[in-house]
Each structure stands twice: as C-alpha cells, then as structure tokens.
Design a protein around this ligand. Sequence first.
Ligand SMILES: CC(C)(COP(=O)(O)OP(=O)(O)OC[C@H]1O[C@@H](n2cnc3c(N)ncnc32)[C@H](O)[C@@H]1OP(=O)(O)O)[C@@H](O)C(=O)NCCC(=O)NCCS
Length: 165
Amino acid sequence: MNSPRFRVEWLDSSLDRSGFDCDTPALNHYFHAQVTQDIKRRVATCFVARGEAGEIAGYFTLSAASVMLTQLPTPVVKKLPRYPSVPVVRMGRLAMDRRFKGLGLGAALLFDALARAARSDIAAYALLVEAKDEAAAAFYRHHGFAAFEQEALRLYLPLAVMGKL
Ligand SMILES: CC(C)(COP(=O)(O)OP(=O)(O)OC[C@H]1O[C@@H](n2cnc3c(N)ncnc32)[C@H](O)[C@@H]1OP(=O)(O)O)[C@@H](O)C(=O)NCCC(=O)NCCS
C-alpha cells in the first residue's frame, strides 16, 4: 500500500479552512478566523501540509521574535555575544488535523519549520515554541527542544543543529 503524500506550502487565504479540526478549540479558532489577519498585518506567516486531494492536514505559523540572554542557561550564554537579547524565530502554533495525527506529519512540519528558519536570509539563533500544555511540551522535548528556566511551556532548539543534520 502506498503511503499518502503531503506537500508543505504557504497558506492561500482563499483556501477553505472551515473543516480543519485538531481537537484544540483555540488552535481551530485561530486557524478558521484569525490567521489571515495576522498574515495581512505581517505579524505571522502560515504554512500548511496538504494531502493529494488538497485537504489540509496541519499548519504552523512563524514570526520574528527575540529572547533575553537572562532567560537562557549560563553554558548557552557563554557561547553567545554579550548583547541583551538574541533573535529567534517563533513557531507560535503547530497543529495537526485529528484525521492525520500519529502519522509522523507533526514531526515533519516541525522539521520543515526548523529548515525554513535555518535557511532564512535573516539570522536567528533558535526556533522558539510555545507549548499549549505539558503534552505539547513533551512532543517538543522528544524532538530535542529544551525548556526555558522557570518556563516549562516555552522551549527552544538552536538552529545550529540544522547544519549538523
Ligand atoms: C502535537 C502534535 C502536533 C503532534 O503531531 P503528530 O502528527 O500527531 O505527531 P507525529 O506522528 O509526527 O509524532 C512524531 C513523534 O513524536 C512523538 N510524539 C507525538 N506526540 C507526542 C507527545 N505529546 N509527547 C511526546 N512525544 C510525542 C511520537 O511518538 C513520534 O515519535 P517517534 O518519531 O520517536 O516515533 C499533534 O498531536 C497536535 O496537533 N496536537 C494538538 C495541538 C498541539 O498540541 N500542538 C502543539 C503546539 S501548541
């Protein structure tokens, strides 16, 4: 049996998003009703995974952000220049439609986001994620992310790892 194929592309605002359901009302609502406003205002970009029939299997958003050096552990800070903050790319949201969970697609989208951030012309130290709960944080830890001190639901992965893959 052939595995289904998916492609990752920019969200086209004319795409019908109403059927998307990731079982998390806030992430559904954002995708149904708010994401195109954020894109229009240039505060986020959104990418979707689409199946062969065009169905939306998942989405993620990316934005520019920064992190204060005081939020990072000392061994990490020692390897960074002594600026007050470092630039990062923030993946504000990542969600898979309920029909497509557990197929490895969430991990594929996470990798796609890391690759986009790493090959950007604009430098960023890390990909930053905001996990909505402990289960989501566990997903990111499973993929090598580390939590900020005192903030278990904010995690980051230095983009230098992408050069080593
Ligand atoms: C979290 C989410 C994105 C994962 O996507 P998915 O497609 O179901 O996950 P995948 O099939 O790609 O899983 C890939 C790997 O991550 C692991 N994994 C998945 N969810 C995990 C979790 N909650 N904790 C730890 N590991 C997890 C899988 O076991 C798999 O491991 P393996 O590669 O070693 O076999 C998805 O469940 C989802 O959309 N959840 C609701 C929204 C959400 O929580 N978003 C997270 C950001 S707020």
